[in-house]
Design a protein around this ligand. Structure first.
Ligand SMILES: [Fe+2]
Length: 309
């Protein structure tokens, strides 16, 4: 009750990204996993969802892979309103066991991957400002629920995410076995960088070959009105069959359309690549990946160090 009263005054500002007192409060109190305070979404928040969904739908039909389109149908998302996570989970959980789990903000790398292993998907619940629909450096509920979650309805894709979470455990175990502290940090930093790059070029920005040509399965593409079409039709984008040795050494920048994308043949193919990533990790082949983006933060490193003490 006290929590409800405290939040009443915040209802007018809603759940807009970077402007939500509810989220700031949760962060200040150190709460990572939170409830979705559905009544706090304002009319503007629902209008933002409606506009984002409306303009993406025709793009998805043209450029999204068939697994994603089936996922959109299976989730029965309401095009008019920000979804309730409980409603999404009723459909999602019965298909693959995955659940969208509301979080207040950044989830350290190991924690994030370990959630995937447990079939929980850390989900941002704020939504971008209705007056700035095109570019958002941070994830929002449209990216997470409309971009990621439809893919989680596919069994082979869901199993691949779980496998990726298992790789994070392998990385933490290997790090725990290294005695010299500086060497442990150096190698772990390189391995986390390799995992982040692999995740970026597949789960976030992956393309897939198929009977109907090249389609997108990466959530960063599927939640971006401008970049989805650009990724598949622009002559300036380089698109190559995925190679682990390239992906783990390839830096990326997040603030512009991706100039380089990689294709997989199927989700079974993607799963086999995650297996290979783990073998490479065990063989020490990820210990010296090329420097550059993404940076590996203190919280990311610590999350791996804390996993296997
Ligand atoms: Fe994402």
């Amino acid at each position: 009750m006290a929590q409800t009263q405290k939040l009443e005054g915040h209802a007018a500002v809603g759940m807009t990204t970077t402007q939500s007192p509810f989220i700031e409060n949760a962060k200040n109190e150190g709460q990572l996993y939170i409830e979705q305070p559905y009544d706090l979404y304002s009319e503007e928040n629902h209008a933002a969802w409606r506009q984002l969904y409306d303009r993406m739908l025709p793009q998805w039909k043209k450029y999204a892979n068939p697994h994603f389109l089936r996922g959109i149908d299976n989730l029965c998302l309401d095009p008019q309103k920000v979804p309730r996570l409980d409603d999404v989970n009723k459909f999602l959980c019965s298909l693959t066991g995955f659940k969208a789990k509301a979080v207040s903000g950044y989830v350290p790398a190991f924690t994030f991957f370990d959630c995937l292993r447990q079939r929980d998907f850390p989900t941002t619940i704020t939504i971008r400002d209705a007056s700035k629909l095109d570019y958002l450096p941070e994830p929002d509920i449209f990216h997470d629920i409309a971009g990621h979650v439809p893919m989680h309805t596919d069994k082979a894709f869901a199993d691949t995410l779980v496998r990726f979470g298992e790789c994070a455990h392998t990385a933490a175990e290997i790090a725990a076995s290294i005695r010299d502290h500086d060497e442990k940090i150096r190698r772990l930093t390189s391995v986390i960088k390799a995992m982040a790059r692999f995740f970026w070029f597949t789960i976030e920005f992956g393309l897939m070959t198929g009977r109907d040509g090249l389609k997108a399965y990466g959530s960063g593409l599927l939640s971006s009105f401008g970049e989805l079409e650009h990724s598949l039709t622009s002559p300036v984008v380089q698109r190559y069959p995925i190679q682990i040795e390239w992906v783990v050494n390839q830096y990326f920048e997040i603030d512009h359309y991706q100039p380089l994308l990689f294709t997989v043949e199927s989700f079974d193919h993607l799963f086999s690549l995650v297996d290979k990533l783990e073998i490479w990790m065990k063989d020490g082949k990820l210990d010296n990946v090329s420097p550059g983006e993404p940076g590996v933060g203190e919280a990311d490193l610590q999350s791996f160090l804390d996993a296997h003490k």
